[in-house]
Every structure is written in C-alpha cells, then in structure tokens.
Design a protein. Structure first.
Lengths: 218, 218
C-alpha cells in the first residue's frame, strides 16, 4: 500500500514533467536541473554559468527555508523565483511548471533549477529538464560514487567542485574515478574550483557546446 | 491521502522507536543517532569516539549502497552491522530493532547509528535513540543553519567538523553562529577537526559527561 502510493506520486510527477517538457519545447527553453548535497556548490555553479554562458538566463531556486540563494542570484540582475518546500526533500515538476509561468522566460533562454541540497531524493523526480547536472564536492570525500550510485547514475554531467581543497582533505582521485568507472560514468566528469576559477572556462565551453546540441535536438 | 499515508508511516515508526527505547532501557544500552550530509564526517566522528570514549561500543552503519564505512569500523575490532537501504533516504526504527538483535550489545554499552548521508529526511524518523548528534561540515559553508533549520532543531548536539578548512573555504563564523542563535541552538555547538585532532579530546570529554547524565536518567 505504501509502495503503491509512492508509485502513484512518481507517476503523477512524470505526467507533470511531460507538461513542463512540452512547455519548454514550445517556447524553446532549455531547462537544467542541478542536483547535489548541501553545500556542494550548486549556487556557485549556477552563478558561474550565469556569467559565462551566452544568451538570456533565469533561475528557479529550491530550498527548505530561506531566500539566501535567490538573493545572490537577484543581485546579479537575473530573474529568479524562490521555492521554499517547508520540509520537503526534493522539488516536483508541478512546482516547476508554476515557476515557469511566473518567470515567463523568453524564447531561446536557459533556465537553471537549483534543487534541494540532497544527494538521495531529488534523483527520483523528473522535472522535465533537458539536462541533469550533479555538483559533487571534493570536500565530501572520494567515496561518494561508491556510496550514492543511484543519484550519480541519473545525471548527464558530474561536476567535481571545490577541487582546491583536495590536498587538504586527502582526496584520492584514483578511488573517486574508480567509483565512476564502475558505474560507466567516467566520461561525464569535469573538475572545477569556483573559488580559484580553475576549470571554470572549460566547464562553460563544454556546456555551451552541449546546450547547442540539445537545442538542435541531437 | 498522500499526507495520511506519510502520517501513518511516521506513527508506525514512532511505535517501533518505543520498542527500541524499551529494549535499550532494559539492557542499559545508550543509543546515539548520528545525522549529517554526505561526507560531513559522520564516520570520522564515530571512529574518533570509538577510540576516546570508555566502555564497550558497537556500530550500526546505514548506507544507500556499499560496506565501505562498516569495513572501516570492523578494522578497528568493533562489532558492526551494515544496513543497505537500496535507495531509501533514511533509517527506520524497525531496522534498528533488528540490528540490535543481531549485535546483542552487552549491558552498559554505547551503540552508534550512522544514518544515511542526508540533511533533510532522517530528522523526521525517531530511531529510539537517547541522543541525536548532527555532524555539520564547515566545508559545506556557513549558511547551513539558515537553510536547513528543521534538522538542526531536532538534534541534541551539533558538531562543526572539518574546521581546518574554514580559512580555505572562507567560512564566516559569525554568520554560522547567527543561524544557530536564531534557532536557539548556539550552546549545542562544538567545533572539531578529525583530521588535525583539534577539539577531539574536548568533544570526547563533553560526550562522556553527557552520556553519564543520560545513563543516570537526568
């Protein structure tokens, strides 16, 4: 009975995700769902891409509480909608549909969604996105692909952030990459530090190309 | 209907938690539920306390996948049970009851439970513990009490870990403490680095005293 309800919730969400996808297709919007643990660097990633990527950009900010991240985005002069879930551990497609109606992004725009800081739950909920990105912080340690394979396996791109603390933390590159290799995900990895800027331009270039392919429907 | 089911799940869990609590009371066991984000330092905290706290100790390791942490504990010669949830984002009291039957801890022992790495979901699930500890990593940033108040408010002790990376990360102590103060939690904070050992002995001393009070039922 509990399992049936969970299935119902996921099926209902999948339907809403299709509505979001149709809306985005009609309006030529590219939707990017950004996943990651609390403090992995999701906001820093979005802020960096707002600066580096061409074209019009918008942001949907998901948080349990507070408007801290939305304020950071707004200060950059970017249109942003804040979703506070109260206690809920993930965003759902219905809310994204409403947020898009509020944002009314122009044709050809990119809309970033910052999901709730949680390496587990958001991965089960399709938001109708064109691209799903995981921000995985080096500060969390090198064993994360081994311990949270479910989320890693659902994403299109893995950004290893905070690479400048690798030495301090004693991060073992080989072990992290071994975890990715076991999941056949090694070619999805890009390394970056948004604090020092290392790898930032490469990430922007990669994403620009990737998004161009997505827009062409390739 | 969905809300009713979630309430049913929580009520069922609360009943199981009472069974765990009764079992622990009868056998004189102190149960410590350790919460925190992925990579916050939950295992490091437990390993440190296994070394520093007096008396017999056991561990229940919760993970989505893998036995990495349980192996670390076993290498220390400590009895450990691994729970792999598959995909579930938190531990439940029923599973803890079963794990305790398997561990059969001796009278007067401390049993640590390492919950799933998740700063959101585990806080809603009482495991029948005597003490709930949050390991909050400085590497996650100084805004966490502001953004995840729900979990912070349910714990008895907040351990700010990885304090040795504060400078690298640009961690603002005042802002972190302001977040705790708003939740009336500032006196629950202890700072530590399990890598350098700073604050480790103070933490062990604090916990030894606290556990002695709990055992006396104060």
């Amino acid at each position: 009975m509990q399992i049936k309800v969970i299935r119902d919730i996921l099926e209902k969400n999948d339907k809403s995700a299709e509505h979001v996808r149709r809306l985005c297709r009609e309006r030529g919007i590219t939707l990017i769902n950004v996943l990651g643990s609390p403090g992995a660097g999701k906001t820093s990633f979005i802020q960096s891409m707002l600066e580096h990527l061409p074209g019009k950009k918008y942001v949907i900010e998901g948080d349990i509480a507070s408007t801290i991240d939305a304020e950071k985005i707004a200060r950059m002069g970017v249109n942003v909608v804040q979703i506070n879930t109260g206690g809920a551990c993930h965003l759902i497609a219905d809310t994204i549909y409403d947020a898009l109606q509020q944002l009314t992004p122009e044709a050809g725009a990119i809309v970033f969604i910052e999901n709730i800081g949680n390496l587990v739950c958001p991965s089960s909920f399709d938001l109708g996105e064109s691209l799903r990105v995981l921000v995985s912080s080096a500060a969390e340690g090198d064993d994360k692909p081994h311990k949270y394979p479910t989320t890693f396996q659902t994403v299109d791109l893995i950004i290893l952030s905070k690479c400048d603390v690798k030495d301090v933390i004693g991060f073992n590159d080989g072990y992290y990459r071994q975890g990715l290799r076991m999941l056949d995900l090694e070619d999805k990895l890009l390394e970056v530090s948004f604090r020092t800027g290392a790898g930032e331009q490469e990430l922007a270039d990669y994403l620009t190309t990737k998004l161009a392919y997505i827009k062409k429907g390739l």
